[in-house]
Ligand binder design. Structure first.
Ligand SMILES: NC(=O)c1ccc[n+]([C@@H]2O[C@H](COP(=O)([O-])OP(=O)(O)OC[C@H]3O[C@@H](n4cnc5c(N)ncnc54)[C@H](OP(=O)(O)O)[C@@H]3O)[C@@H](O)[C@H]2O)c1
Length: 228
């Protein structure tokens, strides 16, 4: 059983996502188009307030996002990708789009080849190796990110990395946009995937901080209840 990290050893983590009424963050074919323009403006505002945005490898592969800011003035931030085997293409937009404003860090394991690391470094990507397991050890990763001066991270999914953060009790805040749709499908990615906890008493607990609605969208903010 892992020990909790002390607050100052980890960045503050805000889980942010848009989901359907039935908790899906993409359709079964991987269509992620849930937000409207107003929602993107709000999410981009939130991006101006953090030191880094983090996503998982599959989100890079399916959506190829830029993880930039369109609507507000800002000084940039880190883009962080979890990719245990360094499989994302070097042509991904998180690498090629405005790297001077949004430097990219790829977090991987100690099992990857020095040659593959070099290919990314030549594109000015910083590589952080964390753990020797199959996947990036995110608990060991947290102090490494703190040392780089990263005090806050907007965790923008998908469901698989969200579960890793939930399982390790690393989430401090949640910001959700609920689109008024139901899409269904076992194959459609949910807000949090993974194995899940056995019992409700093991779940992460949150306090509702605010409820807003705009048109047919609901925006919910939660803060983690202190269960330490
Ligand atoms: N609506 C929204 O707000 C929103 C936001 C983001 C994403 N999405 C959608 O979510 C979908 C992708 O979600 P997903 O669950 O398939 O993938 P994901 O969470 O984006 O990426 C998961 C992958 O990250 C890698 N990884 C490395 N270290 C990990 C760790 N410690 N824990 C977990 N994963 C780790 C793993 O691949 P390796 O083992 O190969 O490294 C894993 O398969 C896409 O369809 C995207 O459109 C929606």
């Amino acid at each position: 059983m892992r020990k909790y990290l002390r607050e100052n050893e980890k960045p503050y983590i805000i889980l942010s996502a848009a989901m359907t009424i039935d908790g899906k963050i993409a359709s079964k074919s991987g269509d992620p188009e849930l937000s409207d323009e107003e929602d993107w403006k709000e999410v981009h505002k939130l991006r101006t307030q953090v030191d880094a945005i983090m996503i998982g490898k599959n989100t890079v592969l399916t959506d190829d996002p830029k993880l930039h800011i369109k609507y507000h003035q800002h000084d940039g931030y880190y883009r962080i990708i979890l990719d245990s085997k360094l499989l994302i293409p070097l042509s991904s937009k998180v690498i090629t789009f405005q790297p001077e404003l949004y430097p990219t860090i790829i977090c991987t394991t100690e099992n990857v080849s020095p040659q593959r690391i070099k290919e990314f470094q030549e594109k000015n990507v910083k590589i952080i190796q964390s753990g020797k397991g199959k996947r990036v050890d995110i608990v060991k990763l947290m102090p490494k990110l703190s040392k780089l001066g990263i005090k806050s991270i907007l965790l923008e999914g998908g469901g698989t990395i969200n579960w890793s953060f939930v399982k390790n009790k690393l989430i401090d805040e949640v910001r959700l946009t609920i689109a008024p749709w139901i899409v269904g499908g076992k194959e459609a990615v949910s807000l949090v995937e993974g194995k899940g906890f056995e019992f409700m008493k093991h779940s992460l607990k949150f306090e509702l901080v605010s409820v807003k609605h705009r048109a047919n969208y609901v925006i919910l903010k939660y803060k983690r209840k202190n269960d330490k």
